[in-house]
Each structure stands twice: as C-alpha cells, then as structure tokens.
Write a protein that binds this ligand. Structure first.
Ligand code: HEC
Ligand code: HEC
Length: 243
C-alpha cells in the first residue's frame, strides 16, 4: 500500500477494492453472502449488538472480537470504511424473514428431557459445563448453523473447544475438554463433568483430537419436527441477553 499521507484520499478510494468485494472475500464465509449469517451471526440487521455506531463497527472489523471466533483483519482505513458501509447496506437488502418452524416451548422440553442437552450445556446458569454455554448462542450463529451443530457436530467444532485424550503411565485413558493447560500440568473435563488434573510427567500420552466433536450426533435419535423445535428454542436464546 502507498503511504497514505502522500496520496490524495480520492485516489486511494479509487484504488480500494469495493466494500462488497472485500466482504465477499473475507466475511461471507462466516456471515453469509447477503449477511444472513452462518458460523457468525446475521449482519443484515439495522441494530448490531457490538456496533452501535460506525466507529464501533470499524473497530470490530479491524480488531475482531477476541475469544469469540470473530477474527481481526488487515484492512486499511479506506477499506474499513468501504466494508463497514457495505455491512450497513445489508440491512436494506434484508428480505422479510420466513418464521422458523417449530415451537420453542417444546424445544426447551427436549433440551432438558429427551435430548439431554442440559447434561453438557449451560443455558441461563443451569446445566453441565462439558460443552460450551449456549446462553447467548443465537447472537453468535444462524439458525441453519445451529441445526447443523446438532445433526453433524463434527462439521464445525468451535475453535475455543479443544478435545484432549490423555493416557497415564498406569494405562488409564481420559478424554474430554481442555479446561486449562500449562507447561507442567493439564486439566481435562470429561463428558460426565468430572475434572481430571494431571502432571504432564505422569502421562504416557497427551493428544489433541483435532476437528473431532465430543458431542453425539442427533441426526437419527431426534425426529425432524423435534429438531425444528430445538432450533426454534436455541434461536431465541440471546435476544434478551444482547446489550
Ligand atoms: C471465521 C469466521 C468469521 C469471519 C471470517 C468474520 N467474522 Fe464477523 N463474527 C464472527 C462471529 C463468530 C461473530 C460473533 C461474535 C460474538 O458476538 O460472539 C462475529 C461478529 C461480527 C460482528 C458483530 C455483530 C454484532 O451483532 O454486533 C460484525 C459487525 C462482524 N462480525 C463483521 C465482520 C466482517 C465485516 C467481516 C469481514 C471483514 C467478518 N466479520 C469476518 C465470525 C466471523
Ligand atoms: C456429551 C455432551 C454433549 C451433549 C449431550 C450435547 N452436546 Fe452440544 N456440544 C458438546 C460439545 C463438547 C460441543 C463443542 C464442540 C464439539 O465438540 O462439537 C458442543 C457444541 C454444541 C453446539 C455448537 C455451539 C457453538 O458454539 O457453535 C450446539 C448448538 C450444541 N452443542 C447443541 C446441543 C443440543 C441442542 C444438544 C441436545 C440435543 C446437545 N448439544 C447435546 C457436548 C454435548
């Protein structure tokens, strides 16, 4: 990039790739071609949770949202203005959303009952800590992505979740989520919620199960209508928590 100070702004504007091409190249993979959402939340809304104004919006796009899966970018000022403008324009292109099928109340019952999701997931303070908390999940993922997480959990394991397999010198194997790890020790939570703590010197093996999900697939154990109910329930988690 040329030194910005030496070049009139309008020339930079002319050279800059347009907001829609930056968006298509760097954002659509997570937020959808038209901002309808995916692994990331929809952006075709007039109100964005983290971006009350354009300055905040550009700051998020530049620095990302640490710890959430929203990455930082290397865009320059002009490109930031372009892509932020494009993000703002997405709300105009929004089609009236077809209502999701299913029933949230029934979904809540499946979450606690038949699906036993609550065994591994916290919602509003209650539930197991093995899987990620789902309290604000609707603000982070689209409904389609939530559905995929239930029927095909291995398709896109959230980057914050690391599955570890440890084998002790005595031959005991523990598989579970990494809670903590430093040079000398590691803490793993198994699916039953038990926390295991090991000194690395007592382990024969410690392995990351990359890209593997610790969540069972519900593709066959839940019916289509039950999945609709669950997704409807999950898609309602987050609206009230959003600030
Ligand atoms: C690897 C996936 C990924 C990519 C690539 C990505 N994002 Fe995100 N983005 C996310 C996730 C996940 C969140 C939700 C963070 C949270 O709130 O937990 C998010 C949040 C956001 C938000 C905040 C939404 C709100 O409601 O406040 C904006 C704005 C945003 N992204 C814009 C962009 C733009 C513009 C790009 C391209 C330059 C981009 N993102 C690229 C995953 C991604
Ligand atoms: C044995 C524990 C376990 C059970 C039971 C379980 N999950 Fe999960 N779930 C996980 C784990 C662990 C992850 C994190 C990453 C992975 O391994 O896929 C996860 C991820 C998810 C995600 C993705 C979260 C994100 O950040 O994108 C959703 C949504 C989800 N689970 C919903 C459910 C629902 C709904 C049920 C019940 C039908 C359920 N889970 C049952 C362990 C479980």
């Amino acid at each position: 990039m040329l030194a910005a100070a030496a070049v009139p702004l309008f020339l930079l504007m002319m050279q800059a790739p347009s907001g829609d091409s930056i968006y298509a190249g760097q954002c659509a993979i997570c937020h959808g071609q038209r901002g309808e959402g995916g692994r990331g939340p929809s952006l075709n809304r007039t109100k964005l949770r983290h971006a009350s104004d354009d300055t905040a919006l550009r700051r998020i796009i530049r620095h990302g949202l640490p710890g959430t899966g929203m990455p930082a970018t290397w865009l320059n000022e002009v490109e930031l203005v372009e892509v932020a403008g494009f993000v703002r324009s997405l709300s105009n292109a929004r089609k009236p959303q077809a209502e999701l099928p299913g029933n949230a109340e029934r979904g809540r019952a499946i979450f606690a009952g038949k699906g036993a999701c609550v065994q591994c997931h916290v919602v509003n303070g209650a539930g197991g800590a093995f899987g990620p908390a789902l309290t604000g999940i609707a603000a982070q993922r689209s409904a389609g992505h939530l559905r995929q997480s239930i029927v095909d959990p291995g398709a896109d394991v959230p980057p914050s979740f690391v599955l570890l397999r440890a084998e002790t010198a005595g031959g005991r194997t523990v598989t579970g989520a990494r809670v903590n790890e430093d040079t000398f020790s590691v803490q793993i939570r198994d699916a039953a919620g038990t926390l295991h703590s090991f000194w690395k010197t007592e382990l024969k093996m410690l392995k990351k199960e990359l890209g593997k999900s610790a969540m069972p697939s519900y593709a066959t154990s839940l019916t289509g209508p039950e999945l609709d109910d669950l997704v409807r329930y999950l898609a309602g988690l987050g609206e009230t928590e959003a600030q």
